[in-house]
Structure formats: C-alpha cells, structure tokens
Design a protein around this ligand. Structure first.
Ligand code: FA5
Length: 354
C-alpha cells in the first residue's frame, strides 16, 4: 500500500505540474478525488488488507487525500490569478490623467427651480407632496368651490379623458382637498399645522405664446392652523422670492379672483427680461403673473374636512399657486416659455452648472 501511494503521489505531482487551465485541473481532481477516483480505490483496497496493517495504511491514505486536496486548491488559486492577470493585460490601457470628454446630462431648468423651492419650503417646515396628473372633476373644481357650469371653469379649460369624469389637472390646487384629508387629523388631534407644498405638471387647452404653454408646472402651497392671516401669507411669499432670486425683485400684490380663496390676490413680478419696460415675455406689460394666492375659502376648508358647519372659521389658512415654469423663465432669463418643452439639448444643457 505504501509503495502504491508513493507511486500515486509522483503521478499526481507530475500531472499537476503540466496543468495550466481550470478544465484540465478539474479533470485531474475527478481522477483522484471523485467517487471512482484513485483515493476511493485505495479505500476499497484497504478493506482487503490484513487488520494489523489497516491502521497505518488508513492514515497514509488520509494524508495522501489531504495532500491532493491542498495541492489542488493551491493550483486553482494560482490558475485564477494567472487568468485574471491575462484579462488585465488584454484590457485596453488608458491614461487616467487625460482630460475626459464625456457629455454629461443635466437637470431640466424647471427641475432645478423645483428642487431649490422644495429645499426653501422644507427649511420653513413644509412637507413636499406628490399628486397625480389625472384627477377627477370633484378634486379639480368642485372641492375648490367651483361648481359645474361655474364661469371660472372657462379660465382653466383642460383635456378630458374618454374615461368618464377624468381629466388632466389644470392646476395644482386640485391636490388641496387630498392634502387636507391627509394632514387634517394631525392638525385637529395634535395641533400640528398643515404646511405643505405640492409641485406638479398642469395642462390647459391654451393658445400658446411666449409666456403660455399647454403643459406647464406649478407649485401649490397651503398653510392651515388657528389664526393664520394675510401677514403670514405675505411673509412666506417674500421669504421664498428673496431666496430664489438672491436679489431684490419688485413685486406687486393686487386683488385677484379665484373661487377657492377669499380674499384673493395676484402676486406679479416685474419682468426681469426687460426690466419692466415691456417685451414679448411679459406681453408688453412689464409685469408677469407669478403667484396667485389668498386666504382659503371657508367652503374649501369645509369640503376638506377641516372646519365644521357650526364653526366655519375655527381654522384658517392661506394658499398660493406659484407658476414654476414662469419662475424658471425669470430666474434664468429665458425669453420664450416654449424653450422648456422643445427638447433642444443645446439650450437645455446650458443649465448644467446651475
Ligand atoms: C391658478 O392656477 C390657481 N390654482 C392658483 C392659486 C392657488 C390661486 C391657490 C389662489 C390660491 P392661475 O390660472 O393664475 O391660477 O395660474 C397660476 C400661475 O400658473 C400663473 O400665475 C402662471 O405663473 C402660471 N400659469 C398659468 N397658466 C399658464 C400657462 N398656460 N403657461 C405657463 N404658466 C401658466
């Protein structure tokens, strides 16, 4: 048995030295260590030798088996290293000190303004909410105190789906009712004021010009608590504008009619493209409607489950509907709103470093 093992050791060493790939190595392993391999055969022979020799022979077979396994593992890692090195050697080499020439993507200017505004409002304790683009008539109009056939609907003609009662939202105010239901319980039970902004894409069947698109973005905001007044509204609007423009901008507040606020205002910004002289971007008026706002109408608070019929003024709040696309026009001095939807990369990629 001893001689036989010595002879197998030599054979294994000899064959192993000629192996240079994993497939041949696996064949060799099977030849020695599989069920029908040399080591198993030695074990079968062990049964036939005299009992007094079995102990020593068994120990020899075991040590041979361990040696074969160990050498096999060593060879395997050697081959793997070799193969890895071959792969590295065959890979195209490059000089990492060379200047790169990769065309990077960039955020759309409206996304940039949206993200900036979200950060500003978050820092003032507002939650940022998402809302769907397809809504029903109730949320887009009726919950906002605009009953069916109300003339105010004419200002927001939109696109109706073939599915009954479904339409593309014409303004982000369509989310107000859902937000009131989402946070109303916390307001009434824990006294946590509702402070939320909800940006979104809006759609209107609109005659398109330099400052009107049929698809544009708004960012709605609401704040509801006890004793919220117009002063709170003006404070948040002023803070937001000074943070966005990082310079003094001239704004004006004038009365505006929206059925879902009372009183309602139009907050206009002096056109930053022409400095107020009048141009196509501001329809030659020198001003651009940017952020209508007002105190939320008692009916809207009632439909949103905030106030009861008995006490319609228990909670009060303000709402605003910021024209995000127009804000992006003013911030980046983009003269024509259509630039944003044209998909012209040479125009849009200029905002990469903003
Ligand atoms: C509204 O949509 C109201 N929901 C806003 C509001 C919210 C009022 C809360 C009061 C309280 P308006 O239709 O004016 O209002 O649109 C708001 C802003 O969206 C406008 O000032 C303008 O900046 C922008 N906007 C409206 N229509 C377009 C359009 N076709 N293209 C680009 N921007 C538009």
């Amino acid at each position: 048995m001893k001689d036989r093992i010595e002879e197998l050791k030599k054979r294994f060493a000899n064959e192993l030295s000629g192996v240079s790939d994993q497939k041949t190595l696996e064949d060799l392993r099977l030849a020695f260590l599989s069920k029908k391999g040399q080591v198993s055969q030695l074990m079968q022979e062990l049964a036939k030798i005299p009992n007094e020799q079995k102990k020593e022979a068994g120990a020899l077979i075991n040590s041979f088996k361990q040696e074969v396994s160990q050498k096999f593992d060593e060879k395997l890692s050697e081959i793997r290293k070799m193969e890895e090195q071959c792969l590295i050697d065959s890979t195209e080499s490059y000089d990492e000190s060379l200047p790169e020439n990769i065309r990077r993507g960039s955020y759309h200017p409206i996304s940039l303004v949206q993200r900036e505004l979200e950060g500003i409002f978050e820092s003032m304790g507002f939650d940022v909410e998402d809302y769907s683009e397809i809504v029903d008539d109730y949320h887009c109009f009726e919950a906002l105190n605009i009953p069916k056939f109300h003339p105010a609907r004419d200002m927001q003609d939109t696109y109706y789906l073939t599915t009954p009662n479904q339409l593309l939202k014409s303004h982000t105010s369509a989310a107000q009712n859902a937000i009131m239901y989402k946070y109303g319980k916390l307001l009434k039970e824990n006294g946590r004021p509702i402070r939320a902004v909800f940006p979104g894409r809006c759609f209107r069947n609109e005659a398109i010009d330099a400052c009107h698109e049929n698809t544009f973005f708004q960012m709605e905001g609401i704040m509801i608590d006890k004793n919220i007044s117009i002063s709170n509204l003006i404070y948040f609007m002023k803070t937001m504008l000074s943070e966005v423009f990082k310079r003094d901008v001239t704004v004006r507040l004038r009365p505006g009619f929206f059925p879902f606020v009372e009183p309602g205002f139009e907050l206009d910004i002096q056109c930053l493209i022409c400095g107020g002289k009048g141009c196509s971007s501001c329809k030659n008026s020198g001003w651009l409607e940017l952020c209508p706002c007002g105190m939320i109408h008692p009916n809207v608070l009632k439909y949103g489950g905030i106030n009861s019929e008995e006490d319609p003024y228990e909670y009060t709040g303000f709402a605003f509907g910021l024209g995000l696309t127009r804000l992006a026009m003013m911030k980046y001095q983009v003269k024509d709103i259509r630039t944003f939807n044209e998909g012209d990369l040479s125009a849009l990629s200029q905002f990469i470093s903003c």
